[in-house]
Ligand binder design. Structure first.
Ligand code: ZN
Length: 214
């Protein structure tokens, strides 16, 4: 059984996916993490991906799909939560072809207002030393610019500045949003309001997943 968790950058997919894995016993599969792991263990597909990335090229969908397949096989009978995949219509169709109908139980859209997404992302700060994360408004450090845990400096990731965030959200609108209609047509679409604080969003999500009989 597979549940697809989808949403714009900054919608809180990662946080919710971790909660679902921890509290509801799902195996969380993120293709990014899976890719790094395959490279680390030096599997055939990991080596293939590595040589493509070494040439500065993007890992093609066919390779990502292969990695996804091996992760799905490894999940056995555990329910699976897909975090951040599919990212576009081609990937959604390829996934459907890979697993067949019936196995995907739901595509859950974590829906957050555009302005909140932008604020969440541009406010993120990360410690250069220990990697701890903060948010200037939602979870600020005690001393501005200084990590509470280790005293390291807090920086904004280059990807998170206002201009780049605009581009990332635009790419989401163009490439990823069309998968919502794809899943709607299959009768698998569910929306969860992602504007609330994380615990409240999780309560709604877990209620939904339980109502699906998962
Ligand atoms: Zn730190």
């Amino acid at each position: 059984m597979i549940v697809v968790l989808t949403g714009a950058p900054g919608a809180g997919k990662g946080t919710q996916a971790d909660l679902i894995a921890e509290k509801l016993g799902y195996k969380k599969i993120s293709t990014g993490d899976a890719l790094r792991r395959q490279i680390q263990i030096g599997s055939d597909i990991g080596k293939q991906a590595q040589s493509i990335m070494a040439e500065g090229r993007l890992v093609p969908d066919s390779v990502l799909l292969g990695i996804l397949k091996s992760e799905l096989d490894a999940a056995g009978s555990k329910p699976v939560l897909l975090d951040g995949y599919p990212r576009n219509l081609a990937q959604a169709k390829a996934l459907q072809d890979l697993v067949g109908t019936g196995l995907i139980k739901a595509a859950v859209h974590l829906d957050v207002d555009y302005q909140s997404l932008a604020n969440r992302i541009t406010g993120r700060r990360t410690c250069v030393q220990c990697g701890a994360s903060y948010h200037v408004a939602n979870s600020p450090a005690r001393v501005e610019g200084v990590c509470d845990k280790c005293g390291g400096s807090l920086i904004q990731r280059p990807d998170d500045d206002a201009e780049k965030v605009k581009t990332r959200l635009q790419i989401y609108e163009n490439d990823t949003r069309p998968i919502l209609d794809f899943y709607r047509d299959l009768g698998l679409y569910h929306r969860v309001d992602g504007n609330s604080p994380a615990p409240k969003v999780f309560a709604e999500l877990s209620g939904l997943l339980q109502s699906l009989g998962t």
